[in-house]
Write a protein that binds this ligand. Sequence first.
Ligand code: GTP
Ligand code: MG
Length: 173
Amino acid sequence: MFTKNGYTTVLACSDTYRAGSIEQLQMHAKRLGVKMIKHSYGADPAAVAFDAIKHAEAHRINVVLIDTAGRIQTDKNLMNELAKVKRVVKPDLTLLVVDALTGNDAVMQAEEFDQIVGIDGTILTKVDADVKGGSALSVAYVTNKPILFIGVGQTYKDLEPFNPEQFTQMIMR
Ligand SMILES: Nc1nc2c(ncn2[C@@H]2O[C@H](COP(=O)(O)OP(=O)(O)OP(=O)(O)O)[C@@H](O)[C@H]2O)c(=O)[nH]1
Ligand SMILES: [Mg+2]
């Protein structure tokens, strides 16, 4: 989406935790023709993000996308690690990616992430598979932060701006 709109990007693999995460992001970077900054598994996610920002500054790249590991909101250590990434790199925008299929759990997730890490908004994925999408209402309500984009499929073009009208129609159907 950034590339299509004329912005240059660099990806930071700050998911140093989940098996295969580095290879996965590397593949996306290759397909998209963008640079990716990585360390090894177990490395400090904040350090990776920091390096990516330095790289972007040196090469005048517009946007740094920092991909962090998925985690359960009840794991205090991992949640604090995420808070650290935020403290160290001071991102312009912190987005929580929520899977619409997780239903009510998405609401708990969003609430905890907002409290501990602080989010600016959410991206709701798998809206194509969600029966109703009612959790979106609750996620926006508990965080009081906007849903910015929805995921409607598995390809790069399947990220759409959130359209409240359309969404309401879908829920009311
Ligand atoms: N149908 C559909 N599939 C999606 C959507 N968003 C992501 N996926 C698929 O869901 C799977 C997991 O996507 P990832 O991007 O790896 O999810 P993640 O949340 O980063 O997962 P972790 O890195 O393990 O925390 C992939 O196969 C994606 O293609 C969506 O909006 N719709
Ligand atoms: Mg991931």
